[in-house]
Design a protein around this ligand. Structure first.
Ligand SMILES: Cc1ncc(COP(=O)(O)O)c(C=O)c1O
Length: 388
């Protein structure tokens, strides 16, 4: 049964104190992170500079492979970075925008940082086509029509952060490949709650961070590059860690390393790599298929509870097209969010979405009821229980 996953609750201290429905933003911290951070501090304090050779230099590849394992990426194909925006910049730096193939296609439901980044690349010659949506779903026909022979890259979200809509990544990737374009799939809101298989999808790039559904904390993002493509790419956002012999300190041109280091640049974020590992271990142990099964059931329950009260739900009803979040746009949604947080019911609010509630494998069914009843109380105190 899905609730067998509740046995992991003692591993997450914050679950004793709060109703934690915010894994779409920051996953709960595993208790083992205390030990991991202590290991990091001990290695620095006691081993000093020797820690680089003994452990730290290898960490980026080790953690990259642990993440890769969750999305069926072959070993050596996932590099780690500071955040997803940097991953976009590294991908962008592999291409030239002065020729005919310089179009970037995405929808207006992309995460804003990705839009800001690509829009800014117009100054380097990129042409941007942003496909309009209804604010919840991405219209597949319009996306496919926008991807043409001039398209270079299609940076899209697998699961939409506002609505939890699951994009038809496979169809978009197929279309992109038919016309010679490449897809940068942002799996931030999918990996850890919705199964991702980069090889089955045949995506060219995949990127995301570990701080949400993977309970890995801030400071580690990942970039997968399809291996046959990787060897042909030369990122200009590069540095000594991407050199085939970083410790030769050679003067002159870059000579790109093989494997994931090819897409790295400078010194990796060692403390963040320590902090990321306990969450990754737990998610791998629990298994994304089990997490998904439970998530479908609990998000359906949340939708049912919200709709019963006449609140607008900005998330797909079809479980096959819905990720791990339910966006509920009740009256006074922003104020409701603030009051829920004051009551230790942790959620967030996004404009054009509403209050986002995200059960994860550690969420009890009763907590969904607790959150919805609290919303009801807050609205009733404002004289606004009635439907909008
Ligand atoms: C789909 C998606 N992409 C990207 C980001 C964040 O990007 P970055 O790692 O650059 O902060 C988020 C959320 O924070 C997100 O939900």
């Amino acid at each position: 049964m899905a609730n067998e996953l509740l046995r992991y609750r003692p591993q997450f201290p914050i679950l004793d104190e709060t109703t934690y429905l915010i894994s779409n933003s920051l996953g709960a911290m595993p208790r083992a992170v205390y030990d991991a951070m202590r290991d990091y501090a001990d290695s620095w304090a006691q081993r000093g500079v020797r820690a680089w050779e003994e452990k730290w230099w290898m960490l980026a590849a080790e953690v990259g492979d642990q993440i890769g394992d969750l999305m069926n990426a072959p070993a050596g194909t996932v590099s780690v970075h500071q955040n997803v925006t940097m991953c976009q910049a590294i991908v962008a730096s592999c291409f030239d925008y002065s020729g005919k193939r310089n179009k970037i296609v995405f929808s207006d439901l992309n995460f804003p940082s990705i839009m800001y980044f690509w829009n800014a690349q117009r100054s380097r010659g990129a042409q941007v086509e942003m496909v309009p949506t209804d604010g919840i779903h991405v219209p597949l026909d319009r996306m496919l029509a926008a991807i043409d022979e001039r398209t270079l890259l299609v940076p899209i979200s697998h699961v939409i952060f506002r609505s939890a809509y699951i994009n038809d990544a496979k169809a978009i990737i197929e279309r992109a490949h038919q016309v010679g374009a490449l897809v940068v799939l942002d799996t931030f809101q999918s990996l850890g709650t919705v199964p991702v298989d980069v090889q089955a999808l045949n995506t060219d790039f995949a990127c995301g961070g570990v701080l949400k559904w993977l309970c890995g904390g801030p400071g580690v993002a990942y970039l997968y590059v399809r291996p046959d493509l990787a060897s042909r790419l030369e990122p200009t956002l590069t540095g000594w860690i991407a050199h085939e012999q970083p410790f030769a300190f050679q003067i002159g041109e870059q000579r790109y390393a093989a494997g994931q280091y090819r897409f790295m640049n400078g010194t990796p974020n060692i403390p963040a790599l320590y902090a990321a590992q306990p969450g990754l271990k737990i998610i791998r142990e629990v298994g994304v298929d089990k997490i998904r099964e439970k998530s479908k059931r609990q998000t359906a329950k949340l939708i049912e509870l919200a709709e019963k009260r006449g609140w607008r739900v900005n998330t797909p009803r079809d479980p096959e097209r819905r990720g791990g979040t339910v966006s509920i746009d009740m009256p006074f949604a922003q104020e409701v969010c603030t009051e829920l947080i004051q009551r230790n019911i942790l959620v967030d609010y996004r404009p054009n979405a509403g209050v986002r509630m995200s059960p994860h494998f550690y969420t009890k069914d009763e907590e969904l009821e607790v959150a919805i009843r609290a919303v009801e109380e807050i609205l009733s105190a404002r004289g606004a229980v009635a439907t909008r």
